[in-house]
Design a protein around this ligand. Sequence first.
Ligand code: FEO
Length: 398
Amino acid sequence: MAYKINDNVTWVGKIDWELRKFHGEELSAHKGSSYNSYLIRGGEKTVLIDTVWKPFAKEFVANLKKEIDLKEIDYIVANHAESDHSGALPELLEEIPGTPVYCTKTGVKSLSGHYHQDWNFHPVKTGDKLDLGGKELIFVEAKMLHWPDSMFCYLTGDNILFPNDAFGQHFATELFYNDLVDQCDLYGEAIKYYANILTPFSKLVAAKIKEVVDLNLPVDMICPSHGVIWRDDPLQIVNKYAEWADDYQENQVTVIYDTMWDGTRRAAEAIAAGIKEANDSITIKLYNAARADTNDIVTEIFKSKGIVVGSPTINKGVLHSIASLMEMVKGLQFKNKKGAAFGCYGWSGESVKLVNEMLDKAGFELINQDGLKILWNPNEEAIEACSAYGKEIGSALA
Ligand code: FEO
């Protein structure tokens, strides 16, 4: 399948309707994804930007052959070495060996590390240009957005930014453009992508946005490497990224727990009721970490000004769903958020202290240094204590 974006640019990627997990099993993709590859006929020269994930390499090359005689491809640009974009390079370069591959200096290392091939690399840096005869491709390094090798490029004349993963979404659609798809779906996938992948690099996102905006280049379209193309008010996603990169939070608190015999769940609901009593305007969401999708919870944490995390004690520790979630949360380095811990126990009762330590290590400001420990299954008195704890949390987040 190929899809003409305009007279010069054709989408030649792959829509992956089946994808449900990405980065191994690490990231959920409820709506599939796409691996966007773009063929630019720039006047005298033809350039291919990125390819697709390896399982689709043969299909990609076969489809590309229907669109163009591969020998007519003058240059390949590898904006990013991760295999969802570079996975078809070995298949393609077997057909057209020696074709110059433009990428960052770090991209040479990453691509070599992945494929161990002696390709015709042309390392580029910010400001370098590729003359296509009439149009130019301008390169902008985007280190750590989200890999050291990441790069954007900009096509003059058509005013198109190709930012690779940035501004992308795991969102399979044959509608291609941002104005044609369901806006809630699009927003949901875009913010989930940012929350789960780009949060640790927010400072760099903000700086890169400023750098690109300061270039004062007209932008008619943003063509990311996943999901839809931004053509209707394309800078709306850039503005959203600026907002998200600025220690983003909404007026929300997320209560996350796991439970064995329902005690910690009942405590969670009593805490939520207490929060509501003290802070009626805040949005409260509850998730059982063992049952809800981890990446959806992470997105809710991203939107929250505070989180309340609960686990009963098991084997002097916490339930593994909470440990696993908190490990992910620690890596994402959320800023400017508060946290509180709670949980039931029968005898040793270490879980609350451990959750507090996890929150602290993940950069959350603790609302209560002790947290709330509930002995056995909560009785009426314990439920009242949960409600009071909720009120304390609600007030702290007002
Ligand atoms: Fe879409 Fe970082 O790969």
